[in-house]
Write a protein that binds this ligand. Structure first.
Ligand SMILES: *Cc1c(COP(=O)(O)O)cnc(C)c1O
Length: 363
């Protein structure tokens, strides 16, 4: 018997989406690092992204890269969160390249690479205004590049990169990415060689690329969401890439109670299970279903998109999600399975949860 809640991963759709995005990027002179952290690093998924044309596989979690390394993944593995001092040994052992912004971290990586007798790759991060990681001043970035090139014998400067629309929600534009391109050109002139990687961000740079606004010099993007959770492209960025399938991940949960109840809580209202005071609309007595899935699996039930278009997600506590099924054509029964598309946060959380069963399909 199937166990629920279940996260169903369609490997064929993941592969096809990867093909489409890597081809589109290739036509724009851009290689793609396929980022797997959005679905908990599930190895079968990572392997489809590798087969689909990604030049590297990346994650923010070294544990997820380790699992791939140990399965014999032959693509270079990219750590996209700047390394912690406590994980340097694993970083050098289980990844091939990481994004770095601190001189002290570079020194530690160099020392560890020497110990492990390998040459380890680094991409220096340049902050273009989003104010998360990265060197803030171009002069400082150039100094750091020279330092890696000439002083750190066990590191190889793969290139430079940036991160946008994460903390500061700053949009990638031709203007800010041109600053990255200019810095890359200057570094190449000083070092008298080409850089392999000039990494212009993640999925949020795709809409700009599709519109032709990414400077030619940018040759690398780190893409997760734009391959595995593609409904966000039209939803948040008004961008349609032909052929992308939004149904790579489907979340399924089982109905554990069916009833008809009022829509406005009865009694004096205080905060709910999470300390919030939600808004309730009084819509009279409605048919509802409770499913065995909650915010501890999901993060936030508002990230669920019911496949039954007449169903409404009313809210959730830790373990129960309440659905309004009053206007649904289907007559739901106890034990029925309800299906959802999931937005990024819910994919991230259900992908990682040990309480959500994973099933891979291929058709
Ligand atoms: C997560 C991450 C990405 C990929 O983000 P998506 O939105 O999944 O494409 C790229 N770069 C860095 C530094 C990241 O942390």
């Amino acid at each position: 018997m199937e166990r629920y809640p279940m996260l169903e991963i369609n490997l064929k759709k993941l592969y096809d989406n990867t093909k489409i995005v890597t081809k589109l990027c290739y036509d724009n002179g851009i290689k793609v690092a396929g980022i797997i952290k959005g679905f908990g690093g599930i190895v079968e998924g990572a392997e489809e992204m590798a087969k689909g044309g990604c030049c590297q596989i990346g994650s923010s979690r070294i544990e997820q890269l380790r699992a791939l390394k140990e399965r014999g993944c032959d693509l270079p593995l990219l750590l996209v969160r700047i390394p912690m001092m406590c994980e340097i040994e694993d970083v050098v052992k289980y990844s091939d390249i990481s994004l770095v912004s601190e001189k002290e971290t570079l020194n530690l990586l160099n020392k560890e690479a020497k110990k492990q007798k390998k040459i380890y790759g680094v991409v220096l991060m340049y902050d273009l205004g989003d104010l998360r990681e990265g060197v803030f001043l171009k002069e400082e970035l150039i100094q750091l590049a020279k330092y890696v090139e000439y002083e750190l014998n066990y590191l190889y400067l793969e290139g430079i990169g940036t991160n946008l629309s994460c903390y500061g929600s700053v949009a990638p534009t031709t203007e800010n990415l041109s600053r990255l391109a200019t810095a890359a050109t200057e570094i190449e002139e000083i070092l008298n060689r080409k850089l392999n990687i000039i990494s212009g961000g993640g999925t949020t740079t795709l809409p700009l690329m599709v519109r032709g606004g990414v400077p030619k010099k940018i040759n690398h993007l780190r893409i997760g969401e734009g391959i595995n959770n593609t409904q966000d492209l039209p939803l948040y960025w008004d961008t349609n890439i032909e052929g992308l399938d939004p149904d790579v991940f489907i979340l399924k949960a089982q109905i554990v109670e069916l009833n008809e109840k009022p829509t406005y809580p009865i009694g004096q209202l205080m905060v709910n299970a999470f300390g919030d005071l939600p808004h309730y609309d009084d819509r009279g007595i409605r048919k509802r279903a409770i499913i065995a899935l909650g915010n501890q699996d999901l993060g936030d039930s508002s990230r669920l998109v019911p496949r039954d278009k007449n169903m409404i997600v009313l809210g959730a506590s830790s373990d129960h999600t309440i659905l309004d099924i009053h206007d649904c054509e289907r007559q739901y029964k106890l034990g029925d399975i309800v299906e959802f598309n999931i937005l990024y946060q819910a994919m991230l959380m259900t992908g990682l949860s040990n309480y959500v069963h994973k099933k891979t399909i291929r058709y």
